[in-house]
Design a protein around this ligand. Structure first.
Ligand code: SF4
Length: 274
């Protein structure tokens, strides 16, 4: 893994009150369906998962940005889009934690902030104390999860913490009073789609606060090729079913209907981004 410490000029990207914050660029989890892998080309780096840029000054830059008069209205901050904010390097650098401390301080002093963190790592448990300093409703944490089965996840997100660890972490956070949900993104045709009922059962049992679903985007970045490679390792039937889902215009409508029906049956709040 090639680790580069960099000084960033800005912490928040986006506009009109909707921002993204990435304490790191790059991610060692190397999920087969990752939409952020295009960053390798963008940054002139090697293949996705072999490098990380560490924005060592991001908490200080964030603090300065939040003090600008332009930050006066409703503001949402999503952490993160081109990294996992609780990847292993976070143990050493603590940048996500320090950014959350800055955001919590701003929210507690009256700024109308809403912060959402998405991760695949139970390292998030380290920061329960910070999560709980946010005013009510201002903070949420989503575990990004595609299946509850560790054996299935090993094919498509081999280097990420196993789903069983994320589920246990979600349970602990819920018990600690933190707003927690699952981002089931993307639903992988045939491979994780088959287990959706099991994952929704767990979400229902945990009484999660929100669920968000997305489909596999075959076109974005390198995802098409990398996802197809993972499917190939699962055998011909998996590959055939993936191609069938991609080519069937009714597939996504049916999937969406099923998700909303099964979530409602378990009294869960779910939204589909497709
Ligand atoms: S954890 Fe997220 S950012 Fe990291 S490789 Fe997986 S999908 Fe990409």
């Amino acid at each position: 893994m090639r680790i580069s410490e960099v000084a960033c000029k800005s912490a928040l990207t986006g506009e009109k009150g909707s921002y993204r914050l990435n304490p790191y660029v790059g991610c060692p989890h190397r999920c087969a369906y990752c939409y952020a892998s295009y960053m390798s080309r963008w940054k002139g780096e090697g293949s996705w998962g072999t490098w990380v840029h560490v924005k060592v000054n991001v908490p200080e830059v964030l603090k300065k940005e939040l003090s600008r008069p332009s930050f006066f209205g409703e503001t949402s901050v999503f952490i993160s889009t081109v990294c996992d904010p609780y990847q292993p390097l976070e143990r050493r650098y603590r940048l996500t934690r320090r950014c959350l401390e800055v955001l919590s301080e701003a929210a507690s002093s009256g700024m109308p902030l809403r912060v959402m963190v998405a991760t695949k790592s139970d390292l998030a448990l380290r920061d329960i104390d910070v999560f709980r300093t946010f005013p009510e409703g201002a903070f949420g944490l989503a575990f990004s999860i595609t299946t509850h089965r560790d054996d299935v996840a090993a094919y498509v997100e081999h280097f990420a913490p196993r789903p069983s660890r994320r589920i246990e972490a979600a349970r602990i956070l819920k018990d600690a009073g933190v707003r927690v949900g699952f981002f089931i993104c993307p639903v992988l045709p045939y491979v994780t789609e088959r287990d959706l009922g099991g994952l929704l059962d767990i979400a229902g049992e945990l009484k999660l606060d929100f669920l968000s679903f997305d489909r596999l985007n075959y076109l974005r970045g390198h995802v098409g090729g990398r996802a197809f490679q993972a499917y190939r390792s699962l055998g011909q039937e998996a590959l055939r079913r993936l191609e069938q889902a991609r080519d069937d215009p009714r597939y996504e409508r049916r999937l969406k209907e099923r998700i909303l029906r099964e979530a409602a049956r378990r009294e869960l709040t779910a939204e589909c981004h497709f």
